[in-house]
Design a protein around this ligand. Structure first.
Ligand code: DX5
Ligand code: ZN
Length: 228
């Protein structure tokens, strides 16, 4: 399995965002995770398409936009135009999930569906053939720096089973991303539950040496893989 590390810039120094993006990618990050909060769907307010556009020239890696907003659709074209490559949203926040997925893919972005700890995976049943990524929240969305909820690993295992069954049938790849509380100590355990893409905010940006943290995360993942 190829593992991807997605540093979440929510924990970066916003006064030096371009530089932070360049530094964390040269330190080994595979994609930039971009958290959009609206003080409505979640009780926090962060960044929008203008900031996405501003960081786009600073890196060639995919920008992975995580929409924690309601309504969703209005923002999709704006983020696509601002250079997003992946756009994920929470199914409860969309009036018409299929329409939102189409909107994202019509704008040449990969589409992801994000699940809170209390959101059932049943939403996947109808749309597995439409999505490129499943995002499992390991915390309740809204803030960086929270501890991961161990029970969320059940949902992660369940999502892995569903994805594997679907991929075996169709040959189509769907990424399985986790978000919230990921760090060097727990990343191997989370990988063992089925994740292939790991968002990490405070675990990376709160440390002085990004390269060292990402290196330690990859070592933990290699160890997990070698254990089978
Ligand atoms: C939380 C956001 C996360 C957050 C992760 O609602 O979706 O992406 O930035 O931060 P950490 O890794 O610090 O939990
Ligand atoms: Zn996120």
């Amino acid at each position: 399995m190829t593992f991807r590390i997605a540093p979440s810039i929510l924990s970066a120094d916003f006064a030096r965002l371009g530089e932070e993006v360049r530094n964390v990618i040269s330190a080994g990050g595979d994609l930039i995770h971009f958290d959009v909060m609206d003080n409505h769907y979640v009780p926090n307010l962060t960044i929008g398409p203008m900031v996405c556009k501003a960081i786009r020239p600073h890196t060639k890696v995919p920008i992975d936009v995580h929409l924690m907003v309601r309504p969703v659709d209005r923002l999709v074209p704006d983020f696509a135009k601002a250079g997003a490559n992946v756009i994920s949203f929470h199914p409860e926040a969309s009036e018409h999930i299929n329409r939102t997925l189409s909107l994202i893919q019509d704008h040449n972005c990969q589409a992801g569906l994000a699940f809170n700890p209390n959101t059932p995976l049943d939403y996947l049943d109808e749309v597995m053939n439409r999505i490129d990524l499943v995002l499992i929240m390991l915390v309740n969305p809204g803030f960086s720096g929270q501890s991961f909820i161990p029970e969320a690993l059940h949902k992660l295992r369940d999502a892995r089973k569903r994805i594997n069954a679907y991929s075996a049938q169709t040959g189509r790849k769907i990424y399985l991303e986790v978000d919230g509380g990921v760090n060097t100590e727990n990343i191997a355990r989370i990988a063992a539950a089925g994740a292939d893409t790991f968002v990490a905010g405070s675990a990376i940006f709160d440390q002085p040496d990004y390269q060292k943290v990402i290196h330690n995360m990859r070592n933990a993942l290699v160890y997990h893989t070698s254990k089978g």
